[in-house]
Design a protein around this ligand. Structure first.
Ligand code: PPE
Length: 308
């Protein structure tokens, strides 16, 4: 989706700047070596006001990603939470997607990042259904990528780093070339990892399964939210290594993510999953998730931060 926020404002190293002025030098370290860590956060309109979903957990993950890459973010987590709220407020958003990104900036080039200053930028825009409104209702078609997630011993999958998304781009482009809506990646052992920008769940005989962190995946905050919702709905969740063929014979599969929210999967590798439409367990979890983010049921988990 192309931006149409050019009149908006961006928080850049502590200052609010116009959208068009939020620029960096082409010789910045991040441009050459992908040295960035970022977050994707949504805020939702409830009673006319913006509420940020799991703000503190997202900011914590940003700092954890930065820690893995020895990137000192020159603000506290609290300051970053406040800055995110400021960006939503100054742009008059209610429903929006917020993208904080920390990166190594301009000083010198060469692989070693340590002399390059760390910047933090926060932008926000209105981003609708990631895999389409139709996908949310009727499910998407996915295909397993020929690309694998890196082994846990080669590259951190737990860090949400910009460079990870070169792999996601390969997988996503390949999926589109093959007529799918989205890719599913396996880990180096051939076990199910995750989508190019989503975690995955399957339902079989009333049990819910999702892959473990040792299968090279991002520890999604929506994944965690959905596990809590499902447990409270009385489902049992099993976190374990998952072979690809188990997905073919699952009753239901769905994706989770901040952008994708809860998106059903109707087919995988040209095999119809279950009834080929959003299944009852997915629907139960998805509708509960949507009721929470629309404020229709109480936020008993304390997931929302009001921006006022
Ligand atoms: N795995 C990957 C690889 C991933 O990128 C995401 C989020 C998730 C899992 C789910 O994590 P969480 O959002 O915490 O539930 N992907 C973000 C970026 C998507 C993009 O195209 O950019 C997102 O959903 O915001």
């Amino acid at each position: 989706m192309a931006f149409n926020e050019e009149s908006g404002k961006i928080w850049m190293d502590g200052k609010i700047v116009d959208w068009k002025d939020a620029q960096l030098h082409v010789m910045s370290h991040v441009v050459h070596y992908g040295s960035s860590v970022f977050e994707g956060i949504r805020s939702y309109e409830i009673d006319g006001k913006p509420y940020v979903f799991r703000l503190e957990e997202h900011v914590k993950r940003l700092f954890n990603s930065a820690k893995i890459y020895k990137m000192p973010i020159p603000y506290t987590e609290q300051e970053v939470c406040e800055a995110i709220k400021e960006v939503i407020k100054i742009n008059n958003f209610t429903d929006c997607y917020i993208r904080p990104i920390a990166y190594r900036g301009y000083k010198e080039l060469g692989v070693s990042p340590l002399n390059c200053p760390v910047s933090l930028v926060i932008g926000a825009w209105e981003w609708g259904a990631y895999l389409g409104e139709d996908g949310l209702a009727n499910g998407v078609n996915i295909g397993v990528s020929t690309w694998r997630k890196p082994a846990v011993s080669t590259f951190p999958n737990v860090a949400k780093a910009g460079a990870n998304y070169m792999l996601s781009q390969l997988a996503n482009m390949e999926a589109k070339d093959n007529g799918y809506d989205e890719a599913l990646l396996l880990d180096v052992n051939g076990l199910v990892a995750e989508g190019s920008g989503e975690n995955v769940f399957l339902i079989k005989d009333g049990l819910i399964y999702t892959p473990t962190l040792s299968s090279s995946l991002l520890e999604g905050i929506t994944r965690d939210s959905v596990m809590k919702i499902a447990e409270d709905l009385g489902y049992e969740i099993i976190v374990q290594p998952i072979p690809r063929d188990l997905l073919y014979i699952a009753d239901e599969i769905f994706f989770t993510g901040t952008a994708a929210e809860v998106t059903p999967i109707r087919s995988m590798d040209h095999r119809i999953i279950g009834e080929g439409k959003r299944g009852p367990v997915t629907e139960n979890i998805q509708s509960t998730f949507f009721k929470i983010i629309k404020g229709e049921i109480e936020d008993k988990y304390g997931w929302f931060t009001l921006v006022d």
